[in-house]
Design a protein around this ligand. Sequence first.
Ligand code: 0A1
Ligand code: ZN
Length: 886
Amino acid sequence: MDISRNPAMPAGNPQLADAAPMPQQPLTVHRKDYRPPAWLVPEVHLTFDLALTCTCVTALMTVRRNPQAAREECICLLGDGIVAETVMVDGGIATGWHMEGDDLILPLAQDDAQITILTRLDPAANTQLMGFYASQGMLCTQCEAQGFRRISFFPDRPDVLSTYTVRMEGSAAQFPVLLSNGNCVQSGALDNGRHFAVWHDPWPKPSYLFALVAGRLVANRDDFTTRSGRKVDLAIWVRPGDEAGTAHAMQSLKHAMAWDEQVFGREYDLDVFNIVAVSDFNMGAMENKGLNIFNTRYILAEPDTATDADYDAIEGVVGHEYFHNWSGNRVTCRDWFQLSLKEGFTVLRDQLFSAAMGSDAVKRIEDVRILRAAQFPEDSGPLAHPIRPDSYQEISNFYTATVYNKGAEVIRMMRTMAGEDAFRKGSDLYFARHDGEAATCEDFISAMEDGAGLDLAGFRRWYEQSGTPHVSMTMKHDSSTGAVTLTFVQRLSASGDDQVPRPMVMPMKIALFDRSDSAPGEFRAQEHLLILDARECRFRFDGFGEAPMVSANRGFSAPINLDIAHDESRLQFLAMHDDDPFCRYEALQQILTTEVLATAAQGADTQRRRAITDIFSFTLADDRIDDLMRGELMTLPPISVLIETAAPADPVALQTARIALQAAIGTACADQLSAVHTRTAQHRYSLDAGSRGARKVRNHALFLLAAADGDAAARLAQRQYENADNMTDRQGALVAIAGVQTSLRDTLLEDFAQRYRDNALVIDKWYAIQAGAHHPHVLDQVSKLAKRDDFSLRNPNRVRALYMAMAGNPTAFHEASGAGYEMLARLILALDPINPQTAARFVPSLGRWRRIEPARSALMRDALKRLAASSYLSRDVREQVDKSLG
Ligand code: 0A1
Ligand code: ZN
């Protein structure tokens, strides 16, 4: 995300409807300061009188002193930008209350009370999309993490659990569907074309899980019978016309419900499960109890509009939100420092679910690729934090790849060390012990120790230390005794805290390939699970007449950087023959990374290139693997991984070298790639592994051919585009052609825009393809796109489509003048008063300046400094900018 010679401000809505007040000085919240709540709220009754620009909310709260907390003479009801019109205690008007900043402080001498507070909201003006807001004529809520306090004054913290009863009333024509958490207990017509509904959720929950939706919606309905015989009515609510796109999400939901019963023993606990899709949403989706709210992009899919990756993402996110019903809702978090308790565990659960629904091997590779591309850079930069952070200024900034994805890796390591059965005992114990509670990461670890029989004393460091551990491995072979010794030495590269980094405990899966007694083409290996628990660990294996080939960190058993003394023949062997799919992929990625870095630094070397093209040729012909796996092996390392490895990096040189390597492969393997392209064109469209695999290798073949011979590939891409009966093929063709200088490029881009002009999610793709293309005028194109009528800063999907793609594209973002950095800084400033949470998500790209070569690095810092000097910055953006400047 960068500076521009053509620094057109992103178009959109310059009237800041939600005119943001100047934020107060950011306060840092510390984990060590946790105190239990002085007051509990066992029951809440909410009444919403609904209207787009003026909704009246009446909150009736039963409050009770917490016997476990120090006595306080007042109750502090947190608020954010709201005004209390009336405050009542036990039915009488209260007078003694006052405001402290945004919060309402009410003196209470008694031990129990009924507090009633009336607030009035303008959802149409809520551009932050936190709290209660309007999206395309419907009304909806987003309360995690601290949105409830934008609706009503409340002890808005996750350790205050209440049962909710919600009454909504409004125009039956405008809001025919009225939904909230739990079950609908009453509904009916009122005078003047109005109607009402009352929903009750019997499960006590924190305020962040409250939800309400009102609007003109239609449902795809189905049902699911749980293993104990409870019939659950399922509904996915969308805008009229979108029903056809919900079939895959519904299927995914039913699969997730069955899988969670089988694999984790978790059953659904209400009679209804509703999902609503909204177009304006800051994140992917939200697990509100019994009423999940989703970004449309994780619900809607039809073959003509959604790629195979979109289908996978829908399955994963639907599963993720559903699994939160236990890991997050039945057992919630004590405070926001424990976020990884629900998120890390739930990401692991969704990863295992997706693996079970599709290819285990490919899913693992994808998960590690995301971790490496997004989390490793975060962990080596100024925003690094442990999976359980010690402090924050704005909690929204901690919905990170570290908390989510590294959090999942940490729990996966426990599973690897315990084994599946013992891990299940640990998770059963965790759910049994803490059902209905707000728990901590420590509670999870203790349950795993007790239930799974693990000693996790040293392992707890994963929760305390940031930074990706570095482990180096060396092998010694003694041919006289046949003994092999593996030595692992650990060093921590970074730590977000002040303490001296200590070694981590981790599972290390290895195999030693003994070729001495194998038939040609077959290799014998036995897998071992080693536990590294000290700075240096040594392991001995006997019976090797010849030095074996070591395959280490199999399945990526630990989320680390593993250095093994450089040995090209070992890597080449593993890249072709390792029976662990992840390690096979990993070996090839290492070879390719080394090659791109070497080419960027000192140019190509024919012999090295030859070795690589030989591996590709072998891979293309290898009938031991399926096309889904072959597609992984045809993928070059992502640019963010190359930048991270090369640091200090010249991203443009790396991009050029990466494309040159693609071109070399495309040239050397042209015949095989064309044959793959032809072979896979025969497949009929379906979501089966064979058909998906065919599309995957077809697109990768096209990308490699396009790098080698743009003109010839452009014609191939055009044919693929025109004959496509699905979005994977059509988008693949468009991506290939978007990087080629040909007149066909504009023709196809225009055709795509026309063809899908009524589908916002597909138009998002169109924006992203152009902003992500390797094209000399890409920044000008981004500026032009930002001025279109269908671009709006109020829609996070559109903003992300354009600017995240730009920020991930070295040709654009790292343009030597700094124009890309400036463009991103301008976007952040323009977006911040409208939607601070989304604005803050763009800062980390500039924060990577330490990993970039000096000239660009200085320009990135300049852009950050200009942001820091701005007269208005939200708490969200301020925290990220200050930390990024370090
Ligand atoms: N808990 C959700 C993520 C989420 C967090 C914050 C939100 O506010 C804008 C929305 C969603 C999940 O993990 O799926
Ligand atoms: Zn989640």
